[in-house]
Design a protein around this ligand. Structure first.
Ligand SMILES: NC(=O)C1=CN([C@@H]2O[C@H](COP(=O)(O)OP(=O)(O)OC[C@H]3O[C@@H](n4cnc5c(N)ncnc54)[C@H](O)[C@@H]3O)[C@@H](O)[C@H]2O)[C@@H](O)CC1
Ligand SMILES: Nc1ncnc2c1ncn2[C@@H]1O[C@H](COP(=O)(O)OP(=O)(O)O)[C@@H](O)[C@H]1O
Ligand SMILES: [K+]
Length: 509
């Protein structure tokens, strides 16, 4: 499902108003649709005492329409306008004046608001303080107002378009944000509704149509496309009836060192359980015995001498020879591989040699390239960093992480799967935010499993972006199933592997 950045949304509003529908009609739609949703969702509405908080922008304008629509349907309604009348936009002023003419009660100042609340105890708060026009940190009287709302007891907070204080592009909180129970968004979801921490602030999300004609978006070919991944967007390919293991996807996992054999084991098992025909694990010989005992279907390919506990640079020759011989569809490079200097050189030498094969670069494979990013150019790479690994690579903080992941993908020609509670997948043009998964997945090895699933789907012929999208959704979906059957605490990487098949079936339904 498509979602929007604030610039895209502003542009859509602008084009609609310029060519087709006046702003005050859009505002009317936004406000009236909001009233309709409130009537549907709030029981005993006629008994409720409502305070409408209106800011100086068009979000405030929407709230004047809501105030007018709700005033006769509730037991008490007051408006607190935090702004200057002279600075209101034409559309907002129109609705402000209607509220005045209707003699709706405007609260004079913050002190009066507190007094009235003491007396009546508002039970519904309409938040029209800021919408997608928020462009700086919230301070002063706005800060105090938001803090006042968040501290109220027994209230139901409804934010118009986006909770005030949440940045609609990044989901970041601009110093303080309204903690909403329900957000009613106009025309479409915004990035800030789905990226944390904004995702936690917005409560339930309802998206309403405000009458923007379809033609506006077809005329406006958006350069960047943002989507959240829905179950119905996941399309698994039908497996060809006469395939054999040699052409059902050949995956090579490269990684492991003493103490970290589990990572490569889990990546390989995840690949197998996602449908790959053949999975090989290239590992330092020193851990071969352990891995052979654990794996039954995976073919282990030990490299180096008996005591070799980690890869050395020279091992790349043997590795490349093997790769040239078996011609895999995809290589996972990095799980459990470690950070020995020799190993880093091994990884860099390998990457220099491999040009046409798909690579999932994970874990310490990402550590190895952190000072040699040019090595990524011209290759078919999916990178799967978590936030810490990504920070190390881009050498900056991860504020505005979506934009940074998108830019990185564009600049280096890779697909970035930036893992977290709101995993972001981008090829630089198209960017997805994933909604599946839960805090139970913050446990050792779940990342290795994801790398294995992604590689498996790449190997089965899905394009890299599609494979990443499907895998991230599926991985989180399985985590959610385990949390539902057992508990979030019960989620482990091994359980995720075991449920891959069942959940693929589930998603196909
Ligand atoms: N006509 C339109 O374009 C439509 C706009 N709509 C509404 O309009 C909203 C966007 O309206 P605006 O662009 O006017 O923006 P907002 O209503 O979000 O507010 C922006 C105003 O707040 C000020 N501001 C921003 N950050 C501030 C801060 N931290 N502290 C104090 N003041 C701050 C800005 O200078 C500006 O005056 C949408 O979210 C939506 O609710 C909808 O009514 C649909 C139609
Ligand atoms: N709070 C969370 N909500 C949803 N998914 C999460 C959460 N925390 C972690 N995950 C997922 O779990 C996986 C963890 O991967 P990673 O950090 O690489 O762990 P490891 O290195 O232990 O395998 C990622 O896919 C991430 O998206
Ligand atoms: K708002």
């Amino acid at each position: 499902m498509k979602i929007y950045s604030s610039d895209q949304m502003k542009n859509i509003d602008f084009e609609t108003i310029k060519k087709y529908i006046p702003g005050n009609i859009l505002m009317e739609h936004a406000g009236i649709e909001t009233v309709r949703i409130i009537e549907k969702k709030i029981q005993n509405l006629s008994e409720k005492k409502v305070i409408v908080l209106a800011g100086a922008g068009n979000n405030g304008g929407d709230s004047f329409v809501v105030a007018r629509g709700l005033s006769s349907k509730v037991s008490k309604l007051d408006i607190y306008f935090i702004g200057e009348e002279e600075k209101l936009s034409e559309d907002s002023r129109l609705n402000y004046n209607i509220c005045k003419k209707l003699n709706l009660n405007f609260i004079k100042n913050f002190e009066e608001l507190m007094e009235l609340n003491e007396k009546f105890k508002y039970d519904i708060i309409i938040d029209g303080i800021f919408g997608i026009g928020l462009n700086r940190n919230v301070i002063g009287e706005h800060y105090n107002l938001i803090s006042f709302v968040n501290n109220l007891k027994n209230k139901f907070v409804i934010s118009l378009d986006i909770p005030s204080g949440v940045n609609s592009n990044t989901g970041e909180i601009q110093k303080i944000g309204i903690n909403a129970d329900l957000t009613i968004a106009y025309h479409g979801g915004k990035l800030g509704h789905f990226l944390y921490p904004g995702r936690e602030y917005r409560g339930k999300l309802s998206i309403v149509d405000i009458g923007i004609p379809n033609i506006v978006e077809s005329e406006d070919d958006l350069d960047d496309i943002y989507e959240i991944i829905k179950k119905e967007d996941i399309k698994f390919k039908i497996r060809n009836k006469n395939i054999h293991k040699g052409n059902a996807g050949k995956v090579v996992c490269i990684g492991g060192k003493t103490g970290f054999s589990g990572a490569i084991y889990m990546a390989s098992e995840a690949a197998l359980n996602s449908g790959s025909g053949l999975v090989y694990s290239i590992i330092p010989k020193g851990i071969n015995t352990i891995l052979e005992q654990k794996s039954t279907e995976t073919i282990t390919v030990p490299i180096g001498d008996e005591k070799r506990e980690y890869f050395r640079a020279i091992d790349y020759v043997e590795t490349i020879n093997f790769i040239n011989e078996i011609k895999p569809d995809v290589i996972i490079l990095g799980p459990g591989i470690g950070r020995e200097e020799e190993t880093i050189n091994y990884i860099l030498k390998l990457l220099n040699e491999i040009n046409d094969i798909n690579i999932v670069l994970d874990a310490d494979g990402l550590y190895a390239i952190k000072d040699d990013l040019a090595i990524l150019y011209g290759k078919n790479i999916i990178m799967t960093p978590h936030m810490g690994e990504f920070k190390r690579i881009i050498k900056s903080d991860i504020k505005n992480k979506l934009e940074k992941a998108k830019l990185f993908s564009e600049n280096y020609g890779v697909i970035t799967v930036l893992k977290g509670a709101d995993t972001i997948i981008s090829n630089g043009k198209k960017t997805y935010i994933n909604l599946t998964g839960n805090p139970g997945m913050a446990t050792a090895g779940t990342g290795d499993v994801l790398a294995g699933i992604i590689a498996s789907f790449v190997g089965q012929g899905y394009n890299r972006l599609e494979a990443s999208k499907i895998s991230v959704f599926l991985h989180g979906y399985i985590g959610d199933k385990i949390a539902e059957y057992e508990s979030e605490e019960g989620v482990t990487a091994n359980k995720i592997i075991k449920k891959i098949g069942e959940c693929i079936k589930d998603i196909k339904k």
